[in-house]
Design a protein around this ligand. Structure first.
Ligand SMILES: C[S@@+](CC[C@H](N)C(=O)[O-])C[C@H]1O[C@@H](n2cnc3c(N)ncnc32)[C@H](O)[C@@H]1O
Length: 364
């Protein structure tokens, strides 16, 4: 068991070396932030919507109150479902856990404004190092009377009241179309290295903000050739950049795209129109899927902090999802201690690309 990362060591481990955790992020942060928010939230006289209460800590802390609680989670967590936009209101109050990206904060505020009744109350909460101190400036004009109602343990809670300013809704109002440059011949036996501009759909807060992430580019440059009809899983697909690139070279491959972010899945739906989509937290999203290849630029953060739990679980369970002869290829920042996890789950592990910043790993 990897202490502290909430992850069970791979079954059938070939080695006793254990994953080393290099960060301090944790469930502790979520619990601490939620505990502070719970002190400030006064359940309203009507329906309360809890947004991105990832671990359910806030819900648990205020569960004794009789006010009915609804949830909106953009990111799937455990068995809790995710959805890209809140369910229809009206709600008398809503809480919002500070999102990582400002653009995602703005979209979430509009989402909540579109389902809060006029005069409904919003509580926005987060930790100082997440930008919560200045977040109050972003509430106007959807919300008025913004004030900090609690500062404690390096966390802050804002309270504000819904105005009648129109919200930008629904989700489609946040869709934008751009072009991104993708490699033209991924996983081909001979590569030209040529790049091609393709139309691209994006939404606020979806990785990698309208461009090909450099780590993903490193992975695409190093992947082994694909068979014409391979079944390929893009684990942590974001808007679908890896799959869209593979699709160019392998029009008949069966592409599966998996992500915990419900908004990312909406982008992927358009960027890889014939891909099979799986929305959920890691392998929970596709418990029975078996493929020839898994490619991933995996999540190594949760919110502000590093968190390797999803990465460790991806690796540990990958062999069960691979057909005979299949392989997992992933890219991580070179300092992420991934080799022992791969060696615990796979017989052959090799670094097939390393530019000092990112290492591409192949395991089979
Ligand atoms: C580094 S990004 C890579 C995105 C995309 N593959 C690319 O190359 O642009 C990692 C992705 O993993 C997703 N993710 C985070 N936690 C996850 C989880 N528990 N299960 C599945 N996907 C997750 C994030 O939403 C994000 O889209």
């Amino acid at each position: 068991m990897a202490a502290g990362i909430g992850y069970n060591a791979p079954m059938n481990s070939r080695r006793s070396r254990r994953p080393r955790r290099t960060d301090a992020r944790s469930d502790g942060r979520e619990a601490q932030v939620a505990a502070v928010a719970a002190e400030a939230v006064e359940p309203p006289d009507g329906r309360l919507l809890l947004t991105d209460d990832a671990d359910g800590a806030l819900a648990a802390a205020i569960a004794t109150d009789p006010a009915p609680i609804d949830r909106w989670d953009r990111l799937a967590r455990g068995d809790r479902p995710a959805r890209p936009w809140p369910a229809a209101g009206p709600f008398a109050g809503a809480t919002l856990r500070m999102p990582k990206a400002k653009a995602a904060l703005d979209m979430a505020l509009h989402g909540l404004a579109s389902v809060l009744a006029p005069g409904g109350v919003l509580w926005l909460y987060g930790a100082n190092d997440e930008g919560i101190r200045s977040a109050g400036k972003r509430l106007d004009p959807l919300f008025a009377e913004a004030e900090t109602v609690l500062i404690k343990r390096r966390c802050r809670v804002w309270r504000a009241v819904r105005t009648d300013a129109p919200a930008r809704a629904p989700l489609a109002a946040w869709r934008s179309t751009i072009t991104i440059a993708l490699p033209d011949d991924v996983g081909a036996r001979v590569r030209t290295g040529a790049m091609v501009e393709v139309p691209w759909v994006e939404y606020p807060g979806v990785f990698a903000a309208g461009r090909l992430d450099p780590a993903s580019a490193a992975l695409l440059a190093a992947v082994a050739p694909f068979g014409a009809r391979d079944r390929v899983l893009d684990f942590g697909c974001g808007a679908g950049a890896l799959s869209a690139a593979i699709r160019r070279t392998r029009p008949e491959a069966a592409l599966h795209l998996l992500d915990a972010d419900a908004v990312a899945i909406e982008a992927a739906r358009e960027n890889v129109p014939d891909g099979a989509l799986h929305l959920g937290d890691g392998w929970r999203a596709a418990p029975d899927l078996r493929v020839d290849r898994i490619v991933s630029n995996p999540p190594i953060h949760r919110g502000k902090g590093e968190d390797f739990a999803a990465l460790a679980a991806l690796i540990a369970e990958a062999p069960r999802h691979l057909r005979s002869g299949g392989m997992l290829e992933l890219v991580v920042q070179s300092q992420v201690p991934v080799r022992p996890w791969l060696e615990a789950a796979f017989a052959r592990v090799e670094a097939v690309g390393d530019d000092r910043r990112f290492t591409v790993w192949r395991a089979r």
